[in-house]
Design a protein around this ligand. Structure first.
Ligand code: GLC
Length: 687
């Protein structure tokens, strides 16, 4: 059951697909109060209550115990104390022995979530604008709550099948020759690869929709050559358009009046990578269409995927903000400068980027009326994604394209995936990436993943290996790193062969993982889930923070610590451990419910299978297009014959019907005395 309550006159956000009448009675589960414009929802928390949701946010799977703020934030250097990240996903489930409901604030402005922070026994959710649709969801189980939220907000984005392959990326690939070398180094060593991302270096002076003719002379030929080798190019597009007369996207944007305006009607501008930029008003349909059409030449040159970046939007500085900072310097020059003044000055300069004043200084046009940006801030990236996805649908309605964005809001999950923003090569960020995944899925973002290896600072070999072992299971599997950091391609490291074998496991599992993903996406389910969803009455499972469920019958438990050669794993039921070294070399160990110490040297990683749920391994390949997905080895802990419905399609159909693509795969019961591992069926299948 979904109930809707409306406060004020909310603006259209495109977050929901169900149109429900607003209720007039009191909001259940919360005490409602007003504080000026603010709408405040207060709810006592029982000691055993857990909170799931908020998608992209720091800390644990259970969000209880911290203060989060929904405000899309370009925050390169984020840590455990950072209250907002690049995206805002304002859906939360309250779950406890006597508690089960979900709350969604369809509110694109600032929302704070004091989840047992000020008082450990109280949750306080505050909408700063107080103009919102509030939805309360009630179902009988966590799983049904997640489904109900998807019914409300619509089907998750479906990427093309090739987007499940390994993607190599780095800020700094400066020429076609360099990208070709990177690709060749992978192919030479048998390291699977499906795509290479082009970062801002492919552009002329970092200007969107241009490319450097000296370094990338013929994009159509380059893209065609790479595709011959089953490798796609995935260019980046940023939100800002450089303010420069004679640069076609600026001229056409200016002529159409498509940029965000200041109060005096002039175009708002701020510096990002190309320098002074104007910002498309993605809230206007005509501006979305104009911006989307700018992708067409790149699409026509053979590009089938993009990543949209800097779309919080990130503002490095505005002239006004810099001028104010220099005024402060002048003031100090003539006075007595003590340490407080100096530190204050440092704060002034640190506060120049993404300054709240700047976000209050420009406007969008919504149905002909100006709306101040900060009131709808969290929609900006989502509406950029919408502009791009709509353009893809216009360009070729019969294909799926790859699209992932940095900033997002609920609703964007129908148009693209997301990556988890600029993480660091830190062990703590490996754990955070794992913990974010189930909550992203709950909010609809199934196609997601982190920058494997870490974006900022220098990776170490062991950390990269462990990141890749998590990445084997994330739908978006991309190794990405920042300019001037240590080179992070697998082949740079002495243990590249074992990392290659990790990637080969991904490709051997790819038809199975793709099947699990598509089944989840097409049925409104979750690809990754907290253990609580499968074992709601097992308190140990409910509180597990470093293991997550995958698909119908799997659980992953990656090694997350430096120098660890194993870890403790909690099994909520009897399971089969598959400990991989390569697709051909793995251990099968049936384990009883309970706690286990699992050895995992740096080249080993485990996957756990529920009883009766088979795992399918194909012979693999160096790209998703050259995979043999007809020949499988099925592994299953079972004492009887079982059937698995394998989802297969052409990999690009935009609107597949689930039932039409399921092939029932029969796994016979283990024949007595023949299986090398008692109780485990190992079957060769040809489909
Ligand atoms: C931003 C992106 C990062 C990209 C960089 C340069 O920091 O998050 O992925 O490499 O910009 O474009």
């Amino acid at each position: 059951m979904i109930r809707k309550y409306t406060f004020g006159t909310p603006l259209p956000t495109d977050a929901v697909v169900l149109s429900l009448p607003a209720e007039t009675g009191p909001v259940p589960f919360f005490t409602l109060s007003r504080d000026g414009d603010r709408v405040v929802l207060t709810r006592p928390l029982q000691p055993e209550d857990c909170l799931f949701g908020l998608g992209e946010s720091v800390r644990g799977i259970n969000k209880r115990g911290f203060l989060y703020r929904s405000w899309n934030n370009d925050i390169f250097n984020h840590t455990e104390s950072t209250d907002s990240l690049y995206s805002s996903h304002t859906f939360l489930i309250f779950f406890g022995p006597d508690t089960l409901f979900g709350v969604f604030l369809d509110d694109p402005g600032t929302v704070t979530w004091d989840l047992g922070y000020t008082r450990s026994d109280t949750a306080v959710i505050t909408s700063e604008n107080g103009q919102l649709d509030l939805y309360i969801l009630e179902e009988d189980s966590l799983t049904e709550l997640a489904r109900s939220f998807r019914r409300l907000t619509g089907r998750s984005y479906l990427p093309p099948r090739w987007a499940f392959g390994y993607i190599q990326s780095r800020w700094g690939y400066a020429s076609e020759a360099e990208v070709r070398t990177v690709a060749a180094e992978h192919r030479k060593r048998g390291i699977p690869l499906d795509a290479v991302c082009l970062d801002i270096d492919y552009m002329e002076d970092f200007k969107n929709f241009t490319w450097r003719k000296d370094a990338f002379p013929d994009l159509t030929r380059f893209s065609a050559d790479m595709k011959q080798d089953h490798i796609r190019l995935v260019p980046i597009i940023d939100a800002g358009i450089k303010r420069e007369k004679g640069y076609a996207p600026y001229d056409s944007g200016k002529a159409g009046g498509y940029f965000c305006k200041k109060e005096d009607g002039s175009d708002f501008s701020a510096a990002v990578w190309p320098g002074d930029c104007c910002f498309p008003d993605f809230f206007r349909e005509d501006a979305r269409r104009w911006f989307g059409d700018l992708y067409q030449p790149l699409l026509a040159s053979g590009v089938e995927g993009f990543w949209n970046d800097m779309n919080e939007p990130s503002l490095f500085y505005t002239e006004d903000c810099v001028a104010a900072a220099f005024r402060r310097v002048e003031e100090l020059r003539s006075g007595n400068v003590d340490y407080e003044a100096m530190w204050g000055l440092k704060d002034v300069f640190n506060g120049i980027a993404n300054n709240p004043e700047d976000y209050r200084s420009f406007y969008h046009e919504v149905n002909g009326t100006p709306v101040r940006h900060d009131r709808v801030h969290n929609l900006y990236g989502a509406f950029m994604t919408r502009a791009t996805a709509d353009a893809f649908r216009r360009f070729d309605p019969d294909r799926r394209f790859l699209l992932f964005s940095r900033a997002s809001f609920i609703g964007a999950h129908r148009n693209g995936g997301i990556w988890q923003g600029d993480n660091f090569s830190w062990w703590s960020h490996l754990k955070m990436a794992l913990q974010m995944l189930p909550n992203l899925n709950l909010c609809g973002f199934l196609y997601s993943g982190c920058d494997l290896g870490g974006f900022g600072c220098n990776v170490t070999e062991d950390l990269l290996a462990r990141f890749l072992q998590l990445g084997v299971f994330t739908p978006l599997m991309r190794n990405h790193s920042a300019l001037h950091t240590r080179e992070q391609e697998i082949y740079r490291f002495s243990t590249w062969e074992s990392m290659r074998d990790t990637l080969r496991v991904r490709y051997a599992l790819l038809p199975f993982l793709y099947s699990e993903f598509m089944k989840a996406a097409l049925s409104g389910g979750m690809y990754f889930r907290p253990l609580a969803f499968d074992y709601p009455s097992d308190p140990r499972a409910v509180r597990t923070e470093d293991q997550i469920m995958l698909g119908e019958g799997c659980m992953i438990a990656p090694v997350l610590e430096q120098n660890a050669v194993g870890r403790y794993v909690y099994l909520p039921e009897d399971m089969l451990m598959v400990r991989f070294r390569s697709p051909e070399d793995y251990d099968l160990v049936p384990l009883p419910k309970g706690d286990h110490r699992i050895d995992c040297s740096l080249r080993e990683f485990p996957l756990f299978l529920k009883k009766g749920h088979p795992l399918l391994l194909c012979p693999g390949g160096e790209s998703t297009e050259t995979l043999d997905d007809h020949t499988f080895t099925a592994l299953c802990l079972t004492d009887r014959a079982v059937t698995y419905d394998l989802y297969r399609d052409n990999g690009f159909d935009p609107d597949p019907v689930l039932a039409e693509h399921l092939t029932p795969v029969s796994v016979p019961a283990p024949a007595a005395g023949t299986s090398p591992v008692p109780g485990v069926a190992i079957s060769a299948l040809v489909l």
